[in-house]
Design a protein around this ligand. Structure first.
Ligand SMILES: Cc1cc2nc3c(=O)[nH]c(=O)nc-3n(C[C@H](O)[C@H](O)[C@H](O)COP(=O)(O)OP(=O)(O)OC[C@H]3O[C@@H](n4cnc5c(N)ncnc54)[C@H](O)[C@@H]3O)c2cc1C
Length: 381
């Protein structure tokens, strides 16, 4: 059984970029994954190297110094990260470049000119703080406030589960500027992480030991009113414009992980022996591999179709939800089956398959749980 290599929904330029991303991960991530654990400086250096390799800021147009490449760069990065064993250590990592899309679509001219060069160079890292301890799926229940006072906003509140939160330089804060309006009273501001009144601390995760997840506290954080993106009450609009691509990105990551899980299992059963033969010689193992391979191929076709729809402008919230829902659930099935083939070794902490199992579990939870994806799909029926 061989890997399918002919499949690609990407243009020649995107495929060339994908080859660059692949060789970057093979060179900088795969041999060094353990160095990321507990070492944010190493992580920051990795971003700088990614900047030098030219794979950041795909969403930044040439007018702001960017490649004006493809907004699918973040999807490409996510899939290649998913295919990397090192991806089971570092968590979301370069995928956070997707936040640049917010800056480019909702940022002011001044904000774009100011931050784009640093983002492209991997010097300016970003994070998005929406979720709170009492408001996740129900995002409109957030309690963080941004109160306008004479040309400034005063931000107060707390956030949890912030990806890339401890190393980020720019913090996108979702807060209520008018709590009486619910979701329509939610706004988004760009705040520098060094602003007085901001504190953050790491949160330990089940998978990906170098995930870099943070909890944030905003205590009387005063920022200039120009920090506001687009206008008051428009955070949900900004977030909704990001969601479809964000869901595709998570699906691509999960698909890459399913491919990796399949590959790890196939290699293992070809060399592990039991009852006088290799595991791969048992028909029950062959049938399971056949099912896994089929599921991965269906996932690839589904992502391919999503990309086609994205190019034609018909990839909306429900399409993104279906893609994320099915591929993230499929990848969990495939990786669970892969781990089973490793027997007891699969349960060992140092084994890539066990790390993959834990890392992959996240995709059914963040960027909207599987249940919330179903809510989004059902809403459009
Ligand atoms: C590693 C990690 C990284 C993350 N990164 C970020 C980030 O960078 N920025 C950020 O803002 N957030 C981030 N999150 C937060 C993430 O998006 C939320 O955890 C997620 O949306 C779920 O919210 P919750 O944890 O509050 O769960 P809850 O909303 O409390 O849900 C609990 C359970 O109830 C179910 N449920 C809730 N509502 C319904 C409903 N209407 N119908 C049926 N079932 C329902 C859910 O599906 C879930 O199973 C991250 C989370 C993790 C774990």
């Amino acid at each position: 059984m061989t890997e399918t290599t002919s499949w690609s929904p990407y243009t020649d330029e995107e495929d060339a970029a994908r080859a660059t991303v692949r060789s970057f991960f093979d060179r900088e991530l795969e041999p060094n994954a353990e160095k990321f654990v507990g070492n944010l400086d190493y992580d920051r250096e990795f971003w700088r190297k990614a900047g030098k390799a030219g794979i950041l800021g795909g969403a930044i147009p040439q007018a702001y110094g960017g490649p004006g490449a493809s907004d699918l760069m973040t999807v490409i990065i996510a899939q290649e990260l998913g295919r990397s064993v090192g991806g089971t250590v570092v968590g979301s990592s370069l995928s956070a470049d997707a936040i640049t899309h917010i800056l480019m679509t909702a940022g002011s001219e001044e904000q774009k000119r100011r931050w784009a060069p640093g983002i492209l160079a991997g010097e300016v890292l970003q994070c998005l703080t929406l979720t709170e301890a009492t408001a996740g799926s129900d995002a409109t229940a957030i309690q963080t406030t941004a109160v306008r006072e004479a040309g400034t906003y005063l931000i107060n509140g707390s956030k949890v589960f912030v990806s890339n939160g401890n190393k980020a330089h720019l913090v996108y804060v979702v807060a209520k500027t008018d709590p009486s309006l619910g979701g329509r009273g939610m706004s988004m501001l760009i705040v520098e992480a060094t602003t007085p009144g901001i504190s953050r601390r790491p949160m330990a995760t089940m998978g990906c030991p170098a995930y870099d997840l943070a909890e944030f506290h905003f205590d009387d954080v005063r920022v200039d009113a120009t920090s506001l993106l687009v206008g008051e009450g428009r955070a949900m609009e900004i977030l909704l414009s990001l969601f479809a691509l964000d869901r595709m990105e998570v699906a691509a990551r999960a698909l890459g992980e399913a491919e990796l899980g399949f590959r790890l299992a196939l290699n293992y059963v070809k060399q592990r022996r039991a009852f006088g033969r290799e595991l791969v010689d048992f028909q029950s193992i062959q049938f399971k591999l056949a099912e896994m391979k089929t599921e991965v191929e269906v996932g690839r076709a589904f992502l391919c179709e999503g990309i086609r729809k994205h190019r034609s402008g018909s990839f909306g919230l429900a399409e993104g939800a279906m893609l994320k829902l099915w591929i993230s659930e499929m990848s969990s099935r495939v990786i669970d089956s892969a781990l089973q083939m490793f027997g007891g070794s699969g349960y060992m902490e140092e084994m890539p398959i066990s790390r993959l199992y834990k890392a992959n579990r996240l995709h059914r939870i963040y960027a909207g749980t599987s249940e919330l994806q179903k809510v989004a799909i059902a809403r459009q029926l």
